[in-house]
Design a protein around this ligand. Structure first.
Ligand code: CP
Ligand code: NVA
Length: 305
């Protein structure tokens, strides 16, 4: 067992990221080859926010690898409320081999990682969604080589955008993020992605013009305008983000073979129109499937098996 954690895409070295992506593709092709590989390991899954893809893909991946998922209910654990995060970490560390957590506060993941020897995986926080980025790159790589691929992310500069920027920059992609003013990715993530990009060959541009971002792009990506926990801002955001909808006419300005991606859940008629979700170049359900293959590859990497 390693003492690696996966709180951020940047926790992986560039070569490790490439290896995990290659492994994920291999696992998808030959799932039986890794069946039972994590025999008898116990993996804790904890969710402070709702989930469909992450919950099911990780649970199925764990079972397929021969390990046992232990699903923890946020209201029963009361992370940081019923019990200090430090104490939860040290207790769970005595029972479990891997801790995978979806939390409101990224800082809770950092405390868990500090206090638990077991690998800690970020299943989504306010800052990042690194497991999603693995599936995103895996899906893009099924379409074309990552190097020099132009990806236009249109919408909110959120957790999904942060992880995608980091992963894209590390693998030589050209990432254009177009958001309304004041809703861009955090400067720290732009700086980190650019620094990683200088080693990985990738670039990151933060823009406020969706047309400029999407023009001739190879991949068009969006996510909800109000993330989980931001529901009270929904109405305001709808007004501010109206020009950032991925419409058919916007998608048509991308490269003629461009694919559409969305981490899901999608809100048709808001950040994306139905016709783009259902477009013959929409890959959103391959992307959702790839969450499972990518999670297997990640677990194998973190447990060094
Ligand atoms: N994309 C994603 O993480 O979906 P869930 O919130 O349903 O897990
Ligand atoms: N940005 C979204 C992603 C959901 C998978 C959220 O955090 O709610």
């Amino acid at each position: 067992m390693t003492d690696l954690d996966f709180l951020s895409v940047a926790d992986l070295e560039i070569q490790a990221l490439r290896d995990v992506l290659d492994r994920a593709a291999a696992v998808k092709k030959a799932p039986r080859a890794v069946r039972g590989r994590l025999d008898d390991m116990k993996v804790g899954l904890f969710f402070e926010k709702p989930s469909t893809r992450t919950r099911v893909s990780s649970e199925v991946a764990i079972e397929d690898l021969g390990a046992h998922p232990v699903v923890l209910k946020a209201d029963e654990v009361g992370l940081g409320k019923r019990e200090a995060v430090e104490d939860v970490a040290r207790v769970l560390d005595r029972y479990l081999d891997v801790l995978a957590f979806r939390v409101f506060h990224h800082s809770d993941l950092e405390v868990l990682a500090d206090y638990a020897a077991a690998p800690v995986i970020n299943l989504l926080s306010d800052l990042e969604h690194p497991c999603q980025a693995l599936a995103d790159l895996m899906t893009i790589a099924e379409h074309r080589p990552l190097q020099d691929t132009v990806l236009a992310y249109v919408g909110d500069g959120n957790n999904v955008a942060h992880s995608l920027m980091l992963a894209g920059a590390m693998t030589g992609m050209q990432i254009r993020v177009a958001t309304p003013e004041g809703y861009g990715p955090h400067d720290d993530f732009v700086r980190l992605a650019r620094r990683l990009g200088s080693a990985g060959g990738g670039t990151v541009e933060a823009l406020h013009d969706p047309a400029a971002a999407v023009k001739d792009a190879d991949v068009v990506y969006t996510d909800v305008w109000a993330s989980m926990g931001q529901e009270s801002e929904t109405a305001t955001r709808h007004e501010l983000f109206a020009d950032f909808q991925v419409s058919l006419s916007l998608f048509d300005t991308a490269a003629s073979d461009a694919i559409f991606l969305h981490c899901l859940p999608a809100h048709r008629g808001e950040e994306v129109v139905h016709a783009v979700m259902e477009h013959d170049r929409s890959r959103v359900f391959d992307q959702a499937e790839n969450r499972m293959h990518a999670f297997k590859a990640l677990l194998l990497y973190l447990t060094a098996l």
